[in-house]
Design a protein around this ligand. Sequence first.
Ligand code: AMP
Length: 425
Amino acid sequence: MTKKTFQVPRGTRDILPDDQVYFDYLNSIFKSVVKAAGFRQITTPAFEDTNLFVRGVGKETDIVEKEMYTFRDKSDNLLTLRPEGTAPIVRSYLENGMQSWSQPVKLFYTMPMYRYDRPQAGRYREFWQYGLEMIGDKEPLADVMVISTAQRVYRKLGIGDYISLQLNSIGCQKCRPKYIKELTVYYKNNEKKICASCKNRAETNPLRLLDCKDPKCQPVIEDAPQIINFLCPECHEHFRQVLESLDEINVSYEINPRLVRGLDYYSRTVFEFWAGSDGAQNALCGGGRYDGLVEVFGGKSTAALGFAGGTDRTIEFIKSHPEIEVIYDQKVDVFVVQLGSEARKNCLKLLSSFWDEEVAAEGGFDKEGISGQLSIANRLKAKYALIIGQKEAYDKTVIIKEMASGNQEVYPQDKVVSEVKKRLK
Ligand code: AMP
């Protein structure tokens, strides 16, 4: 009888060590950029009360309609695996009394998300996002800070020249209804030219008509009225100031009248960073203002904004451009080579001393000969091989071999850690 083998669930995958290098690279750059801008890390639970997402993401969204991993636990609580980070963070803001902290509260995260999406290239059911939220700031400069922070992350990752910032304003609850009315009338007049889902969207969530991907709907979208022309004076002025400040700090953008978020508590600025020219699988990150969300969750009216970037997708983009140098490989400074049982004991002691000093060190413990172990040191690109043969084990010495030049010197074992540390500086 053959034994059953197991596979990862559809839409998930193992992140193997070679890939982990890219995750570390992205996350370390993301963290250092956002920390410098004053954001502090938050991690929320992997699952939350289902209603948090129903209310916080919205009933008419794809996420809530089709994509949530929802289950009942043994106490009959209805829970959902986190599909996005904003609703949990706003929940945490209120639950932990962050309204009394100095405002704005600036938080960042790198967390896995879960969506029952149709798996394909760049789309998974478990995927990671890096993101940030800035809660308690209504000024256009906050928009500029968030957008330029995202852009700085991409610049530091080495992909700044390959991406474009897509920008739009979707107004506020005062000016948007007039636009929605106009859009709905326009779609009614063009009913015969649109796809079945759009007929539905026109009833439930008209703003989303604009990001339909069906080729049939594209000409209708092209000629649709644009929200920019319906902004109230306050939203118009806010958007003008965002654009002006972006110009001042040389962040280029494209105004994209089709970029929308479908829910009432989203307001004003929305943006995405795209890699390449069309939106489909190429959006690396999306964000914007959600000035109404804190109130939806029972807090007092609080302006807020943020963005979320797709870690997996950003990494895939970096990988598809081999000219982008990923300088975050795990390094090995020292490889300890030994021969004989006494030398093996010395080897372990020596490695422990290096690890105490946080020097990256590895050793060959099996029975391979010296040349076999040296070739491992070579493969790992170790800077130094430390060789302990039978003679050295007896003398309590070690040969330091500089791998690049092949130069060798003998050192007492108790002095070798400080010597190597000095050379590594
Ligand atoms: P969203 O929260 O839908 O605005 O997504 C923000 C970013 O997360 C997107 O721009 C993508 O880069 C990434 N993303 C969203 N859904 C998925 C998915 N199913 N698999 C991988 N990445 C995703």
